[in-house]
Design a protein around this ligand. Structure first.
Ligand code: GLY
Length: 448
């Protein structure tokens, strides 16, 4: 079966490995990538380096390669309507069309949908196309808020009072900046009451009707250890053998999955089109239960790397049948813990320090530690060297029967098998102390 993969990060490398390694179908992979990802290149029959948001170029590549279906990794091409264009070309696509993908590319739409369809887990919010009205609403609420540009910002546009913003005056300044600098590309801002709790992700496969949830994952968006520093695309993440997180009950998980199910139903009702792909729910567990922070229209990055390596079953059938519109195929998740840690250039995300540097990766050594390497925003040179860009370079995923073993695997693999002059990672991700801190915090919030 010929499969087109769009995207070139570690998430897409993980998708490529899952499809090419699946036992149910023999896959010939064709890749449309933004950078020369060495992990994807070696799995692909052929590849093109181009702009994945250039939907005409993607559609031409799909037609030239005569692929059976496509899998789109990142959100930007989906927001540009790549799935709609591929379907015109007769290529079923795993990844929603522009209409259903609006759940991610317009955060105002997501909140209106939750309100209209009475989906649980919606905080108090207001949506504004006028900065003065948004600032008045902040004053009216009179409590800490989250300020969100409506459009796509690569996960770095949301600012919260008490975190990135000192007080309500700074929140109002940020509102004006969003409009003046066109942050997110849609002249609209969402003001929400600030939620307090632990964040987590649940990703679910869906064809627009049936929903298959996957294990819960916790990402670490801050750049530095101890959850300090600016927000990044995600420095690493972990999952546990029981599919829950240490601060979460089965009921919390089930309530979150119900929210995803309700959202899938509502998207179809509202847009008239079924959602096909992975629906990503970012939640916060509060004293009142799960609250939706946002929905994304694709696998998470790094969260894809926590679920794909432990997914067993008809992985190709699952992706192909979702693309076709009727989900089939069995998938189960091994009862293993996973810890994903990103190796990034020294300056990430604030400067270009380390950009262009060579990163050396001893893959055999990594596998000896029960870990897996997934290449991200790097380029394979003509001389075979791997050079970093200014973004995340390499994800290492440790797998083990317990969280501690998975963390040790990832940490040892990075320390012993990856080298570069200006690289860093967060060694605290998945560590017992880090996780226990979160459990204690959640207990305090729940008043236990
Ligand atoms: N982990 C953040 C994201 O995938 O958007």
């Amino acid at each position: 079966m010929k499969v087109l993969l769009v995207g070139s990060g570690a998430r897409e490398h993980a998708i490529a490995e899952a499809l090419c390694g699946a036992p149910d179908e023999d896959v010939q992979l064709y890749a449309f990538m933004g950078n020369r990802n060495p992990g994807i290149i070696r799995l692909a029959e052929d590849y093109i380096v181009g702009n994945p948001t250039d939907v005409e170029a993607v559609a031409r590549a799909a037609a030239d390669w005569n692929v059976d279906f496509a899998v789109v990794g990142p959100e930007d091409p989906l927001a540009e309507g790549v799935a709609d264009r591929l379907e015109e070309e007769g290529v079923p696509t795993f990844g929603p069309k522009r209409g259903p993908a609006r759940i991610e590319w317009d955060k105002g739409f997501a909140r209106e949908l939750m309100e209209k369809y009475d989906i649980p887990g919606c905080p108090e919010f207001g949506i504004f196309e006028d900065p003065d009205e948004a600032c008045d609403f902040i004053d009216e609420l009179g409590k800490p808020v989250a300020v969100k540009p409506a459009g796509l910002t690569g996960g770095k546009g949301v600012k919260v009072v008490g975190d990135q913003l000192k007080n309500l005056d700074e929140a109002k300044e940020y509102v004006r900046e969003i409009f003046e600098e066109d942050i997110g590309g849609i002249p609209k801002v969402i003001i929400e009451e600030k939620c307090v709790g632990e964040e987590y992700t649940i990703q679910a496969y869906t064809d627009g009707e049936k929903v298959i949830p996957t294990p819960a994952v916790q990402d670490h968006p801050h750049a530095y250890e101890g959850d300090k520093g600016p927000i990044t695309g995600g420095m690493g993440s972990y999952s546990c053998p029981d599919g829950l997180l240490p601060f979460m009950t089965k009921e919390d998980y089930e309530r979150s999955v119900e929210i995803l199910e309700r959202a899938v139903e509502a998207i179809k009702e509202e847009t008239g089109e079924p959602y096909r792909g992975v629906l990503y729910g970012q939640f916060m567990l509060t004293s009142e239960g799960p609250v939706v922070i946002e929905f994304n229209c694709r696998y998470g990055d790094p969260e894809a790397m926590n679920i794909l390596p432990i997914a067993e079953g008809d992985i190709v059938t699952l992706h192909a049948s979702i693309a076709e519109g009727s989900m089939e195929g069995e998938v189960e998740f091994l009862e293993k813990a996973t810890v994903c840690k990103y190796v990034v250039p020294e300056g990430y995300p604030e400067s270009s320090e380390g950009e262009g540097d060579v990163i050396e990766v001893d893959e055999e050594c990594i596998h000896r530690y029960d870990a897996i390497p997934y290449y991200a925003s790097v380029n394979l040179d003509e001389d075979g060297k791997i050079r970093m860009t200014s973004s995340r370079a390499l994800a290492i995923v440790g797998i083990g029967d317990e969280l501690e073993r998975a963390e040790e695997a990832a940490e040892s693999a990075i320390r012993e098998c990856v080298s570069g002059e200006r690289i860093r990672h967060r060694s605290d991700i998945g560590r017992r102390e880090t996780v226990e801190k979160r459990v204690r915090r959640m207990e305090r919030i729940r008043g236990e």
